[in-house]
Design a protein around this ligand. Structure first.
Ligand code: NAP
Length: 292
């Protein structure tokens, strides 16, 4: 989808900072929505090295940038530079969306909104749902905050590195609503956890393009998944991943990572523009950018 957008002296600035940002799909998605709304904004890729982060934020304030997304490696490093951080972003320990206020930069984490959006659309009673999360990296943190927000009674997280798992567990100890329901397990125990899982989530990059033949759960283990379970892969390319294909072959409902990407973007754009945004335009634009 290509919608004409013009830039003038009045155009207001939005963007995404990271290192690198060349690969980011956010500019195409946000600019399509802005053009559809007919607004005088533009969303730019803004490459910023870690060492330049503080200088970049001062520069953004100086040029009146309205707001920006944050990608790797700045999502946590930016936090001490912000005036205000939402409770959600504090829990995740990462900020992906920043906007300018009269007092300074405010930040939140819309990955949580993005992650839970396709689950909320299913209208299930999440207080009966047993989720198993594979991986304990950055994205898993947003997933855990989202699952707790949905009301899941326990959250099982599976990781491959004892030391990182222990640190991960420790990092939630000041958040009682999560530490009280979080159970961590070594990867070897995944086979035992799968038969009891109602929601199996891959937050690892295993199976991401170009390694499309890989899956964090093999065909034999996937056969133990309940036929009415939900399989959710945060990966959006390919779609479906091998993980999702195996789960679908077993009867599971599958969710890929595209909707999370769209809905985290829509939530950010709504914050900056203070109005509803054309989610379907964002979804279609991303589909075209990623899959064609
Ligand atoms: P990350 O911080 O590097 O975490 C990756 C996690 O996966 C770590 O726990 C890592 O374990 C584990 N892992 C990596 N390779 C593994 C393997 N071969 N077997 C078992 N575990 C493995 O990365 P992230 O930022 O969380 O991103 C993870 C995935 O989510 C990526 O594919 C990313 O594209 C996707 N994602 C999607 C969205 C979306 O909007 N759809 C948003 C964010 C992320 P170690 O720590 O031991 O290495």
């Amino acid at each position: 989808m290509s919608i004409k957008q013009s830039i003038a002296g009045t155009t207001q600035l939005l963007g995404v900072i990271g290192d690198p940002v060349k690969h980011s799909c956010s500019p195409v998605m946000h600019n399509a929505a802005i053009a559809q709304l007919g607004l005088d904004y533009v969303y730019l890729p803004l490459p910023v090295k870690a060492i330049d982060l503080q200088t970049a934020l001062a520069g953004f304030a100086a040029i009146d940038l309205v707001g920006f997304n944050i990608t790797i490696p700045h999502k946590t490093a930016v936090m001490p530079l912000l005036y205000e951080i939402s409770p959600t972003a504090k829990k995740v320990g990462a900020v992906n969306t920043v906007w300018r206020t009269e007092t300074g930069w405010s930040g939140t984490n819309t990955d949580v909104t993005g992650f839970i959006a396709p689950l909320k659309a299913m209208s299930r009673d999440w207080s009966n749902v047993n989720p198993v999360v594979i991986g304990n990296g950055g994205a898993a943190r947003a997933v855990i905050v989202g699952l707790a927000e949905l009301g899941c009674p326990e959250i099982h997280v599976v990781g491959r590195n004892y030391q990182k798992l222990a640190q991960f567990y420790q990092s939630w100890q000041n958040i009682p609503e999560i530490s009280s329901i979080l159970k961590i397990h070594y990867l070897d125990n995944l086979n035992i956890l799968i038969p009891a899982a109602d929601l199996l989530i891959n937050t690892t990059p295993v199976g991401m393009s170009p390694n499309v033949d890989n899956s964090p759960v093999d065909a034999i283990a996937m056969k133990k998944l309940k036929p009415d379970a939900i399989a959710y892969d945060l990966i959006y390319n390919p779609s479906p991943t091998k993980f999702l294909q195996l789960a679908k072959d077993n009867g599971a409902v599958s969710i890929d990572g595209l909707e999370m990407l769209v809905m985290q973007g829509a939530a950010a754009l709504e914050i900056w523009l203070q109005q509803p945004v054309p989610v379907e335009v964002m979804r279609q634009t991303l589909r075209e950018a990623i899959y064609s």
